[in-house]
Design a protein around this ligand. Structure first.
Ligand SMILES: Cc1ncc(COP(=O)(O)O)c(C=O)c1O
Length: 373
């Protein structure tokens, strides 16, 4: 098995093209020829159930996470929905207090219609996780660092609890990628990704994936992917593989800049708190140090004043772009609560930043200028 950096550098370059292409071509065909005996000689029949370009991406994702196999979906939320939709009827799900708001919304609006119930737990506390479990709990959903408050969940603790209780658990790996954290090594059953973020890496692809550790889970997710049909299209698969080829250098540089920016902001008089696990003052620093190879490139800050002050700050940046999302080459800044909607539990003085590939000196100067308004 090669190092992850080597797998990444060769993503989408299998060398199997009959015309000798170094980079595999995109295979757009929606359907595939049958043999005269009715068989499918190349194993593919119809792109919703399988496509060579998608298979290529799925194989790489499974190798990167050390899973049995992966299924690529049309978005990160389509991937998350696959995990919830394939639970047994009347399952109870535990989600973090602080979680990507789309996951909470999906369960609140639609999970309940499918017959799922859910409750939230403070995932930084073993007592809180244990208290949230019921006899019907079939899934614990983990996000670490969490979005947007960067709480750190101890993967070893969740792994132990779920093993003892016979509960399946899934980790949203969007903010970390397998280069930073590999949840299947801690016993997780699924890693879910929004490919939209670091993995594709250029803010021009919407995609998602579920990597399953075990064959049975993998088969159920595959069957759901084919039936529900929210598959990732071949062009997006190809673009994601192009992004993967540079992930290691992008992410390393983004994490390095994020740590420098977090350290700078932690002594800024107009910043009440900096939420980044690289800081020794972060309550989850020791856990993060144990389970993360790098501390990630997302930072949230709490500024002095409320929503109006936070909105004023984000309205004046010039290098940081005002937009939601993360993981691209350009740095993004946003007042988080106002995008999360009425159910948001995010503090209204929280500003979330995705650190890109610009010079960290320019980014720090931009933030200093915005904070001094
Ligand atoms: C942690 C996390 N998970 C899932 C998603 C959803 O991904 P997508 O927008 O690709 O559906 C996001 C999107 O911001 C996210 O930040």
């Amino acid at each position: 098995m090669n190092d992850l950096e080597t797998i990444l550098a060769h993503a989408g370059c299998t060398g199997l093209s009959p015309t000798g292409d170094l980079v595999d071509p995109i295979q757009l065909s929606t359907t595939f020829q049958r043999g005269i005996d009715g068989s499918y000689p190349a194993e593919y029949s119809y792109t919703r159930s399988g496509n060579p370009t998608r298979s290529s991406l799925e194989d790489i994702l499974a190798r990167l996470e050390g899973g049995h196999s992966a299924c690529a979906f049309a978005s990160g939320m389509a991937a998350a929905a696959a995990v919830f939709a394939t639970l047994p009827a009347h399952s109870h799900v535990v989600i973090p207090d602080d979680v990507y708001h789309g996951v909470r919304h999906l369960l609140a609006e639609f999970g309940t219609r499918w017959g799922l119930s859910y409750s939230s737990a403070d995932m930084t506390s073993e007592e809180s996780i244990l208290a949230a479990l019921t006899a019907d709990t079939k899934l614990v959903w983990v996000e670490t660092p969490s979005n947007p408050q960067l709480q750190i969940t101890d993967l070893e603790t969740v792994g132990r609890i779920c093993r003892q209780r016979g509960v399946t658990w899934a980790v949203d790996g969007t903010w970390t990628t397998p280069l930073i954290q590999r949840p299947l090594e801690f016993g997780a059953n699924y890693v879910v990704h929004s490919l939209t973020k670091y993995l594709s890496g250029h803010s021009d692809v919407l995609g998602g994936a579920v990597v399953s550790a075990g064959a049975d889970d993998a088969e159920r997710i595959r069957s759901y992917q084919t039936s529900a049909g929210a598959v990732l299209d071949p062009f997006s698969c190809w673009l994601t593989m192009r992004g993967l080829r540079t992930l290691a250098v992008r992410l390393e540089r983004q994490c390095e800049s994020a740590a420098a920016i977090a350290s700078h902001l932690s002594s800024h008089p107009r910043v009440v708190d900096v939420l980044h696990p690289s800081l020794v003052t972060h309550v989850g620093h020791q856990t993060a140090k144990r389970q993360m190879r790098l501390y990630g490139a997302m930072i949230s800050i709490l500024v002095d004043g409320g929503a109006a002050r936070a909105l004023e700050i984000v309205s004046t940046t010039r290098v940081f772009q005002r937009a939601t999302s993360l993981g691209g080459t350009e740095s993004l800044i946003e007042h988080r609560r106002s995008i999360e909607g009425p159910a948001s539990v995010t503090p209204d003085n929280l500003i979330r930043m995705s650190i890109g590939l610009e010079s960290s000196r320019d980014l720090i100067a931009d933030l200093d200028a915005a904070l001094s308004t």
